[in-house]
Ligand binder design. Structure first.
Ligand SMILES: N[C@@H](CCC(=O)N[C@@H](CS)C(=O)NCC(=O)O)C(=O)O
Length: 83
């Protein structure tokens, strides 16, 4: 599974997710800042469908899913991180 989090620093919902990320010992999450890198912003709108952060891009064997909603993202990360 390949994970990437679209976020920006000033967004409190993103901070909520970012706080959880370091505790995930079994996962690595690539951080994609949509404000400092406009290509991530364009990607999020084009492929995810909405310009809303946080959004988790989940890639499993070539299949991509976009998950919005900080609480859903946190729940998913914790579930997938469980050994
Ligand atoms: N319920 C969402 C709220 C996310 C949210 O409101 N994000 C703001 C930035 S702090 C945003 O991207 N808003 C743009 C929009 O809603 O179109 C969550 O918990 O993730």
């Amino acid at each position: 599974v390949k994970l990437a989090l679209y976020y920006y620093d000033a967004c409190p919902f993103c901070q909520r997710v970012l706080q959880v990320v370091p505790s995930l010992k079994h996962l690595s999450v690539e951080l994609r800042n949509t404000l400092s890198d406009s290509k991530y912003k364009e990607e999020l709108v084009r492929e995810g469908g909405r310009l809303m952060v946080p959004c988790l891009r989940i890639e499993v064997s070539g299949k991509v899913q976009w998950m919005y909603e900080s609480l859903d993202i946190i729940q998913y990360l914790k579930k997938v991180n469980a050994p």
